[in-house]
Design a protein around this ligand. Structure first.
Ligand code: NAD
Length: 344
């Protein structure tokens, strides 16, 4: 079966998606949209059969796609979900982070669930051979009983935290989170196009007794072995008999009951995007649920918002979350204005 696809937001990630959809025989790109006309036209020159426009509603109305993919910056989610629902698409594939507030995520998922739309969120690093190898080692039991999963990145919250939570949760078989305790620091990154506290940490209690430890931003442990901030992430699991972990830009390593081992792997869009897109076709064909399905991503996002709420409210924040004060606004108000570091 061939599925038609319309893509909105043709920046870096939009073009990665276009390339991977175009290379997959299960998909045909019928629509391209960017508010920047030059970007829409440049994409149209590559994918000449598609309708190109600067208006996503116009694109969806004219092309009536099976799949609506959008790759806009984090501050644009709900209106595009609404547009996809109104157009009657079967699947919405969009970029992380899920949303910028819990209220927005609640509204987005109410719309998609109500319309029976499958959703997929781009936590595609998991396709890396090193991410897969660590999962295989943990699942084999070679590190014993997992008691802790962890993820840290020097990249800031709205860029990296849902990646970290998603992969650490995967290494814990996506057990439900019961509560989260969070702490944060610094307000400089609130003016970024991925508005975030400069640093945030989350402690997660999972229902199977496993502890999650997540840290993102300036102050999270560096991964000096690795180049480029978006690859400076460590995600893994500790068990009763060892540990296994991935460095996003630096392979994997493990100490298990069988000894010390390590291997290659590097986050690479050219490697990770084709299977990510193929899994969309398999889900639409009814073969299997996409590993990056939106319901899982929603749970990860909820953990991130619980950490933000904990900074403001203090103490444990129990899940699931209902509506509340916009988390980023509340954090911005609650965090102290930066002061100079004490000498010495
Ligand atoms: N999964 C990953 O590995 C990964 C990597 C990098 C970025 N991202 C995420 O991808 C998203 C996009 O990042 P990017 O680096 O591609 O950004 P970008 O700025 O390169 O592209 C965004 C595009 O969206 C367009 N746009 C804005 N409003 C629009 C609208 N209403 N309709 C149509 N187009 C519109 C902009 O003109 C721009 O071309 C972000 O959420 C980011 O966090 C994910």
């Amino acid at each position: 079966m061939t599925y038609t696809v319309a893509i909105a937001g043709l920046g870096k990630r939009g073009m990665h998606h276009a390339e991977a959809f175009a290379a997959n025989p299960s998909f045909r790109i019928v629509g391209l949209c960017d508010i920047d006309e030059a970007r829409a036209q440049a994409a149209k020159e590559k994918y000449t059969d598609a309708y190109a426009t600067t208006d996503s509603v116009d694109m969806l109305t004219k092309t009536k796609p099976d799949v609506f993919c959008f790759c806009t910056l984090p501050t644009l989610r709900l209106p595009l979900i609404q547009a996809g629902v109104d157009a009657g698409v079967q699947m919405i594939a969009y970029e992380k982070p899920v949303a910028t507030s819990m209220n927005e995520a609640l509204e987005m998922y109410k719309l998609m669930r109500g319309a029976g739309i499958k959703s997929v969120v781009s936590h595609q690093h998991r396709y890396g051979e090193h991410y897969q190898k660590v999962k295989e080692i943990i699942a084999s039991g070679a590190i014993g009983r997992v008691h802790t999963v962890y993820g840290h990145a020097t990249g800031w919250m709205l860029h990296m935290m849902t990646h970290m939570i998603d992969y650490a949760s995967w290494y814990n078989d996506y057990a439900e989170a019961e509560w989260v305790v969070g702490q944060a620091d610094g307000t400089e990154k609130f003016s970024d196009n991925h508005p975030s506290p400069d640093y945030i940490a989350a402690l997660i209690q999972f229902s199977n007794g496993v502890r999650g430890i997540i840290e993102c931003g300036a102050g999270a442990p560096d991964v000096p072995e690795v180049e480029a901030w978006w690859r400076k992430c460590r995600v893994g699991a500790q068990g009763t008999e060892g540990f296994a972990e991935v460095l996003t830009g630096g392979g994997w390593r493990a100490v298990t009951r069988d000894g010390v081992s390590s291997g290659p792997g590097n986050m690479d869009y050219a490697h990770d995007m084709p299977p990510y897109i193929q899994d969309m076709a398999d889900w639409l064909d009814g073969k299997k649920v996409h590993p990056c399905n939106g319901e899982t991503a929603y749970k990860g996002f909820e953990i991130m918002m619980a950490a933000c709420r904990s900074v403001v409210q203090r103490g444990k924040v129990f899940l699931p979350l209902g509506p509340g004060e916009h988390e980023l606004d509340a954090l911005k108000k609650a965090l102290p204005v930066p002061t100079a570091q004490p000498a010495g």
